[in-house]
Design a protein around this ligand. Structure first.
Ligand SMILES: [Zn+2]
Length: 341
């Protein structure tokens, strides 16, 4: 049965491809130079490691917002003063040690004691979207966290891989979709581009997004999350958790990869095979726990992880762009497929 399904997928893809290669045209707008330029800003001295609630994190948020605006994405958040790209909230400076080790996390001013308030910082997710033409109320969410560890005294944690790499991929994918839209391509579903904050403090930005919803979780058809995809060469990518909610997401990624990218897809870090359970350690987990098909694209561990030495000179831009293109094509198929999973 699986073979038949795969065969049908291929027939579908190949026939689409022989008529035209619309997604490839837009995948070609994803450029190593652009990825480099984004990381060089996000992981620069002036952004001071993008610590949650700091000036550097705010500067990063404004940088991302300005790009979203330039691309022509719509601001997702509705406020009293009109629409905004920023979803603002308060979180405890310390964050939480492990995701979900508190029964409830206090977000809002009215839930926090007056004298406790000084321990809270303001922070924001950055959210832009494209409206679908046929299934406006079904959403694909592409996400990457843009916060990092900030600085400690005069030492900056640059977080070039973690996660300026994923944020740069998010921006390139958003731009590719926006160019298609400007050239009158009609996307079936809506797609939200989410740059999450507070990930390093316990996945708090994505958690806020899901627990103080601006969208019903049943309307979210899938989440593609990108975290650290800039290291360890250009031949593989770790695909984590793609078959946990439905095997179809993993099949789709396989097919897209065979057709367009040809990376080696590594499933060895999947749930169950590792005690640290990476699936629960980035923002996709906040979608998965609502039953939403979600996948974590990851380029693997390295000795600069969470050190000041995670810098741009160590990024493999060939690998980063191949992985970005794989995620772009996966997103394109999810947005346009006939029926959601
Ligand atoms: Zn990360």
């Amino acid at each position: 049965m699986k073979r038949v399904v795969v065969f049908l997928y291929l027939v579908l893809f190949v026939s689409c491809r022989s008529q035209n290669s619309i997604p490839e045209k837009y995948a070609n707008t994803i450029k190593q130079d652009d990825l480099y330029n984004y990381i060089s800003v996000l992981a620069s001295d002036s952004l001071e490691g993008r610590g949650t609630g700091t000036k550097g994190q705010k500067s990063a948020a404004i940088f991302i917002k300005n790009k979203f605006e330039k691309f022509g994405l719509l601001p997702w958040i509705k406020t009293k003063n009109g629409n905004s790209y920023f979803q603002e909230f308060k979180m405890h400076k310390k964050g939480i040690k492990k995701p979900f080790d508190l029964p409830m996390f206090l977000w809002n001013e009215k839930e926090v004691d007056e004298d406790e308030l000084s321990n809270y910082v303001e922070t924001e997710n950055v959210l832009g979207y494209i409206k679908g033409s046929e299934k406006e109320n079904e959403y694909i969410i592409i996400s990457a966290h843009y916060d990092h560890l900030g600085r400690y005294e005069d030492k900056i944690f640059y977080g070039a891989d973690d996660n300026a790499s994923g944020t740069s991929a998010l921006l390139e994918i958003a731009e590719a979709f926006s160019i298609a839209l400007k050239e009158n391509y009609k996307f079936k579903r809506s797609v939200i581009f989410a740059a999450f904050t507070g990930e390093e403090k316990g996945l708090l930005g994505s958690r806020y997004f899901m627990e103080y919803p601006t969208i019903e979780s049943t309307k979210i058809a899938a989440n593609l999350n990108i975290d650290m995809i800039g290291r360890n060469g250009d031949e593989f990518v770790n695909v984590i958790g793609a078959s946990i909610i439905t095997p179809k997401l993993e099949e789709l990624i396989e097919n897209v990869n065979d057709l367009y990218v040809d990376l080696r897809l590594d499933y060895s870090l999947d749930e169950g095979s590792t005690p640290s359970s990476l699936y629960k350690r980035s923002d996709q987990y906040n979608f998965a726990r609502f039953g939403i098909p979600a996948v974590f694209f990851y380029g693997g561990y390295h000795s600069d992880y969470h050190r000041t030495s995670d810098t741009i000179d160590k990024i493999n831009f060939s690998g980063l762009s191949k992985r970005t293109i794989l995620i772009f094509h996966t997103a394109w198929e999810l947005v346009n497929m006939k029926e959601r999973f």
